[in-house]
Write a protein that binds this ligand. Structure first.
Ligand SMILES: Cc1cc2nc3c(=O)[nH]c(=O)nc-3n(C[C@H](O)[C@H](O)[C@H](O)COP(=O)(O)OP(=O)(O)OC[C@H]3O[C@@H](n4cnc5c(N)ncnc54)[C@H](O)[C@@H]3O)c2cc1C
Length: 384
């Protein structure tokens, strides 16, 4: 395919961009996909080793259904390509009596007929003795959920897309000049001109830099730190299936078992400081490491003195509520915006791609929660 005149130009090859490009191509369109730093690069939100895929979203049926559909689509994709990038660890929610979110999550999974078990504290202790259960009064276990090997999953979708004819290049798109209701082409930093009929901007935490006027105060990138601790040799209780992913909603903490010997991953879901995805310092702070060790003492006591294997700074690209942004550009008729993954978007890559493609082709109704009008300038998180 020539670089000029693709039906669709997708900017950004994170999980949202690669799935969008892949699904557009499957429908027979010509697609150019471009990423500034390469698909699954370590600056992108999609670029870490692993991302949790869980069905529980409190009482929020929309994201529960999207997660269930995405799980099917990821599995279908991996069956077709032969990649084994989904690890079915199971996901355990740790709840307290005052924790409405986890209680509603249980009822929602039941209502949606998604496999789950409610566990008492003695049942959790018997099944998962490596997890400390202070401040826990019940658990909800999702047996079919688990972990996507994130960077490699993005690269697998890209490989398949390229194999089916998507034209992929690494280069940075320069923000389009504002004014005018149609985009004819985009310019890249290296001086190329990329023409297309329709443009999709899937630029994660960079969206506010590309469209400062409309998104500069509507997407809030935050600094998020993740830690990988090494379990002692032979400590199989920290690998799957002995250890599931666990999440504690009230404490805003989660952990993943040791997968592929990368170490047990643990992180806080609390929003960090504002962060620049391009130039932000990606060194983790000593204070956070101390806090994480203190937390390990309570939840994974056998790991409290374990050596740190790796630590990373990534960014969330939060919207005001945590709802995704999937809408057309308010001024440019042939441009679409997709992002606002808000710390929970990875799993939904296939459903986001599917919805966006159907919106562009006008075969589905808009969902108000994804609209740009609902992206406010003050954060009030409702989606976790
Ligand atoms: C620490 C952490 C933990 C998370 N945990 C989970 C989890 O467990 N489960 C889950 O479902 N989600 C999780 N998320 C959220 C999830 O990772 C994101 O929502 C998702 O990856 C966002 O994907 P994206 O495609 O929108 O953005 P990105 O992956 O950031 O991709 C955007 C791409 O755009 C490119 N780009 C930017 N500007 C330009 C330009 N000018 N020209 C060309 N290309 C450009 C970038 O290089 C980048 O590759 C987590 C996020 C973080 C940070």
């Amino acid at each position: 395919m020539k670089m000029s005149g693709a039906d669709f130009v997708v900017v950004g090859a994170g999980v949202f961009g690669v799935w969008t490009a892949h699904l557009l191509r499957r429908r027979g369109h010509t697609v150019a996909l471009i990423d500034a730093h390469g698909a699954g690069n370590p600056r992108s939100s999609s670029g870490d080793e692993s991302r949790v895929i869980r069905m529980g979203y409190g009482g929020d049926t929309l994201y529960t259904r999207w997660a269930a559909r995405s799980l099917e689509l990821w599995q279908e994709f991996f069956r077709a390509t032969g990649d084994t990038l989904l690890v079915k660890t199971g996901v355990l929610w740790l709840g307290t009596d005052s924790d409405l979110y986890t209680q509603q999550l249980h009822d929602t999974l039941a209502g949606e007929r998604i496999a789950h078990e409610k566990l008492s504290v003695p049942e959790i202790a018997a099944r998962f003795p490596q997890i400390g259960l202070d401040r826990v009064s019940f658990g909800v276990f999702e047996p079919d959920s688990g972990v996507l090997l994130a960077r490699r999953s993005v690269q697998a979708v890209l490989k398949d897309a390229v194999g089916s004819g998507v034209h992929y290049l690494t280069d940075a798109v320069v923000p389009p000049v504002s004014g005018g209701s149609r985009l004819e082409y985009l310019r890249t930093r290296s001086g190329k001109e990329i023409r297309g009929d329709t443009f999709v901007f899937a630029c994660g935490a960079w969206l506010p830099q590309i469209f400062p006027e409309i998104l500069g105060t509507r997407i809030f990138p935050t600094r998020q730190e993740v830690f990988y601790f090494r379990p002692p040799a032979g400590a199989f209780q920290f690998t799957s299936p002995a250890m599931p992913v666990w999440l504690h909603h009230e404490e805003e903490m989660y952990a993943l078992p040791d997968i592929e010997n990368r170490g047990v991953k643990i992180a806080s879901d609390r929003h960090g400081e504002p962060f620049d995805p391009e130039s932000g310092d990606r060194t983790v702070s000593k204070r956070s490491l101390r806090e994480m060790r203190a937390y390990l003492r309570c939840r994974l006591p056998e790991l409290q003195d374990s050596p740190l294997l790796d630590a990373r700074v990534c960014q969330y690209e939060n919207t005001s509520t945590g709802d995704f942004l999937i809408d057309h550009h308010p001024e440019i008729d042939n441009a679409w915006l997709v992002g606002g993954g808000s710390g929970h978007g990875f799993k939904h890559g296939p459903a986001v791609g599917q919805y966006l493609v159907e919106r562009i082709l006008d075969t589905t109704k808009p969902e108000g929660r994804f609209s740009i009008e609902r992206k406010l300038q003050v954060q009030q998180r409702v989606v976790y």
